[in-house]
Design a protein around this ligand. Structure first.
Ligand SMILES: *Cc1c(COP(=O)(O)O)cnc(C)c1O
Length: 395
């Protein structure tokens, strides 16, 4: 007799993972995140976090978080629509809308939540969502929560997008075109000026998820919309506070009308407790730091350029990234994971990324250089890449 409580159906799936060689334990970090970390008990150079500006453990953010706890406590106690909307949440939205140069900003508990809440609130039956095939999982999940129909266009292929727009225009009421601002696996930037032009031609709304553009692209990290000077031409501009900003949270920048509607209908605001004060205080401080100076973004780009040049000179295939994201493309899945493992044995942590996250035979280790890395740390990392690369016959 089968006993469902033994979860044998899951045990079988876990065995499949083991047979495929992709079963793993979660790595354990026993230090703040930064250019060097203690991972599984060993000090290593970290080239895997999204902490682009080194803000996650920055003295100013730590202090701001502590101050927010002292003023507002550890938790907010309620969802925003009941009594969890503290003044500090409003302060964050105000400074973000200034920073983003948009009329209004609505803040969520994470970037994932933002997509899960916004897309379904702004679309309905009779609408269509048109999405780049490489869009982030949270956009896919967010779109699935909507009653609108969905269509996919080929990655950054404007002919493919126009074809779908043309077919959709007569059939649907509203059209929402969604793209990542920066694609996280390859580091390429969306063709936003062309996307916006096509959307305007077919009277469609635009929605850009700038999780990897926030704090990275544009003037002092204002994002992809600022990078292309498309202010007020993108209807919904999504950012995260969890990557370059160094804290946690997500937001959508746009119009006052958008804000008013989301404050009534965004389900994560209605049914999930608001961000804790510490996270909000840290985010406010980070945005202030970006508005004060371009020091951090300049350092990020300088480091990224330095690292990419060295890796390219060594003979590695670093793809076509236009941002600090630096993929080192290996190809075969097993070889990719072996490369990542050997790098770690030699003191450098770079996670391997393979199918199904990227297409088959395009396995890569993805290097995330940050503003906090020293040139010496980057030099050591490149040396380790060279040593392991030669041992494995990759260069
Ligand atoms: C990381 C990421 C998110 C999720 O952001 P969190 O704040 O970590 O939840 C959403 N969209 C894209 C494109 C991302 O890269």
């Amino acid at each position: 007799m089968s006993n469902v409580h033994e979860l044998n159906f899951l045990k079988e799936k876990i065995q499949e993972l083991k047979d495929q060689g992709v079963y793993r334990k979660l790595p354990v970090l026993d230090s703040p995140t930064g250019p060097e970390v203690i991972l599984n008990g060993k000090r290593v150079i970290n080239l895997s976090s999204n902490n682009y500006l080194g803000f996650a453990n920055h003295e100013r953010l730590r202090k701001a978080a502590i101050k927010a706890v002292e003023e507002y406590g550890a938790g907010s106690g309620a969802v925003r629509t009941i009594i969890g909307n503290m003044k500090i949440h409003e302060d964050l939205e105000k400074i973000l809308s200034e920073f983003k140069r948009e009329e209004a900003v609505f803040v969520y508990q994470s970037g994932f939540n933002c997509n899960a809440g916004t897309i379904q609130a702004i679309t309905e039956e009779g609408d269509i969502i048109i999405s780049d095939e490489l869009n982030h999982a949270s956009i896919i999940d967010g779109s699935r929560l909507s009653k609108a129909d969905r269509a996919i266009y080929k990655h950054s292929d404007m002919d493919s997008l126009e074809k779908v727009l043309k077919e959709s225009r007569k059939k649907y009421k509203n059209i929402l075109v969604i793209t990542d601002g920066v694609f996280s696996m390859d580091g390429d930037i969306a063709k936003l000026p062309e996307i916006v032009e096509l959307a305007e031609k077919y009277d469609a709304m635009t929605y850009v998820d700038d999780a990897h553009g926030s704090g990275v692209l544009g003037e002092s990290g204002r994002g992809t919309v600022d990078h292309f000077k498309l202010h007020n031409r993108v209807d919904f501009s999504i950012g995260t506070l969890s990557k370059a900003i160094g804290s946690v949270g997500g937001y959508v920048a746009g119009s006052q009308t958008m804000y008013e509607w989301l404050s009534h209908r965004a389900r994560p605001a209605l049914f999930s407790t608001s961000l804790p004060p510490a996270a909000v205080g840290a985010s406010i401080e980070a945005i202030k730091m970006l508005m004060e100076s371009t020091e951090y973004t300049d350092k990020l780009w300088d480091n990224a350029k330095y690292f990419k040049e060295k890796m390219s000179q060594s003979g590695f295939d670093i793809g076509n990234s236009q941002t600090p994201i630096t993929p080192v493309i290996i190809g075969e899945e097993g070889k990719t994971m072996e490369f990542s493992r050997k790098l770690l044995e030699n003191g450098v942590f770079v996670s391997g990324i393979v199918f199904p996250t990227v297409p088959k035979n395009t396995g890569r280790v993805r290097c995330m250089v940050t503003a906090a890395h020293s040139k010496e740390q980057l030099d050591i990392a490149v040396e380790v890449f060279n040593k392991v690369g030669r041992e494995m016959g990759l260069i």
